[in-house]
Design a protein around this ligand. Structure first.
Ligand code: SAH
Length: 478
């Protein structure tokens, strides 16, 4: 490490900026965003501020004359960006006077360099490579951006507001640190990160005895909670950043059979993994038992993740779990996931809506032929409606007869999309009339049925029907 990262207080004096063009303007933006005052020597005489907000522009002093003879008294740093030939002389002058100087892309002329920055308000992360590779620094920054909760700065600011009060009430340093650890790692921290600052404020206010609160943390009783997480349709890269974070934070993961092991492997290494879901033909432990497990885990202080295929609130019984958790007084939150229908649509290029052709979408489930009989098919005959059927493989014949009896055309395009977004994904497309035969072509589920004219625009349709969805639609209309 040659360059030590430090944080410079820009309130203490002006920064002298020499240079022109977009490079200089980028530095103006950065410095004013950090609250700095800038004395700018534009080397090409153009003082265009590039649309900088008035408030920021007010902190820029447009300097005239030769920057090489400028008074550097009180200047906290000298920057050259897009300054051309003048860089070396400016650097020599600043160095002689002991003023920190940076000449863009000229390591030898600089006494400090700019890191790549992750800026979340009060939380700022600086990434440096000793000037070796700004591109590598930016890649590292991207990873940190992805790993840090968006509201981490709010959390720091929240604690900042309470610091003095808590300092007065818990004078002892160790205990005070435990107090803050419990706040940051517990439900109050989760509230702030979830954008529920007012509730967090009230919860902190309501702690009757901060020392006792901190003491409970010392006794090892952490604050348990449950996060319902949508795992998406199978491709681990379709996990949301929030889902990944919850998995990496979990003490225990209760997962459904549908969740592939590649996704489970994204959980914290020492988290326990417990399978609780049903499989077709095999009973699971039952919803009541699952609810009980979740509540027990949270009550014993664990951070539990309930990991479900797709989205927790789309045919995932997430609603029932949330109700049980609420009744039990357990802290919980829900992280959405990409539902199977959306994953299949994206992979196989089925636009679920299409300008004048498909204006509505219905998601329904027809688990068994019996369920299919209870569906009111008559509301699904609108030709401008795309119908997405979950758990519809075994009920495919009943789906077909229900829709035909209600009057939907036997020529309506349909697709059966299996194991969507996974390595062995498979599709079979054809007409509603052929639906049961299409399902036969599929080597096992899970699979989703999509019914509607838009299926004629899908990639497998284009491949198997010689790219003629338009002429097909004409035939269907006759
Ligand atoms: N909550 C889930 C749905 C659970 S119901 C979601 O939002 O996706 C289970 C059904 O989802 C399966 O029977 C199947 O119809 C569908 N499904 C789940 N994963 C799938 C996948 N990768 N490809 C196709 N269908 C899938």
């Amino acid at each position: 490490m040659r360059f030590l990262p430090v944080f410079l207080d820009l309130q203490t004096g002006p920064v002298l900026l020499v240079g022109a063009g977009d490079l200089a303007r980028a530095k103006l933006r950065l410095l004013t965003a950090a609250g700095g005052r800038v004395r700018w020597y534009s080397t090409d005489g153009d003082h265009d501020l590039g649309g900088l907000a008035a408030l920021d522009a007010a902190r820029i002093e447009l300097a005239e004359g030769d920057p090489l003879t400028a008074d550097l008294g009180g200047v906290i740093a000298v920057l050259c960006a897009g300054a051309g030939e003048i860089g070396p002389a400016m650097s020599a002058r600043a160095k002689a006077l002991g003023v920190p100087v940076n000449v863009m892309d000229e390591l030898a002329l600089s006494t400090f360099i700019f890191p790549a920055i992750v800026d979340r308000g009060d939380v700022v992360v600086a990434v440096g490579t000793g000037g070796a590779s700004p591109v590598v620094a930016r890649r590292v920054r991207e990873r940190i951006e992805a790993a840090l909760p968006a509201r981490i700065g709010d959390l720091a600011a929240f604690i900042g507001r309470w610091r003095k009060t808590i300092h007065r009430r818990i004078p002892e340093f160790q205990l005070r640190r435990r107090f803050w650890e419990r706040v940051v790692d517990g439900p109050i921290g989760a509230l702030v990160l979830g954008g529920r600052g007012a509730e967090a404020e009230a919860a902190l206010q309501d702690i009757p005895d901060p020392s006792a609160f901190a003491g409970a943390a010392a006794s090892g009783r952490a604050e348990g909670r449950v996060t319902l997480v949508g795992a998406g349709p199978g491709d681990p890269d379709l996990l949301t950043i929030k889902a990944l974070r919850a998995l990496q934070d979990a003490d225990v993961v209760f997962y459904d059979e549908l969740v592939p092991s590649e996704i489970l492997d994204r959980a914290r290494r020492d988290a326990s993994r417990i399978a609780v879901g049903r499989r077709v033909g095999k009973p699971g432990i039952g919803q009541d038992a699952i609810n009980k497990l979740l509540i027990e885990a949270a009550r014993s202080g664990q951070r539990a993740v309930r990991l479900k295929g797709g989205d927790p609130f789309v045919f995932g019984r997430g609603g029932e779990e949330v109700e049980a958790l609420r009744q039990a007084g357990v802290t919980y939150s829900v992280v959405p996931g990409i539902s199977a229908g959306l994953g299949a649509a994206a992979q196989f290029e089925v636009p679920l809506t299409f300008r004048h052709e498909a204006l509505r979408i219905t998601f329904l489930t027809a688990h068994k032929a019996r369920d299919a009989e209870t569906v009111d098919w008559s509301v699904l005959t609108d030709v401008k409606m795309t119908v997405v059927v979950y758990m519809g493989m075994t009920a495919a014949p009943a789906v077909r007869s229900g829709l035909l009896a209600a009057g939907r055309s036997p020529q309506t395009p349909v697709g059966v999309f299996a194991r969507a977004t996974q390595d062995d994904a498979q599709a079979a497309v054809g007409t509603l009339d052929e639906l049961p035969a299409l399902v036969e072509k599929i080597d096992g589920g899970p699979a989703i049925l999509i019914i509607g004219d838009v299926v004629a625009r899908s990639a497998p349709w284009r491949q198997s029907h010689l790219a003629q969805p338009v002429s097909y639609l004409q035939v269907a209309a006759e």
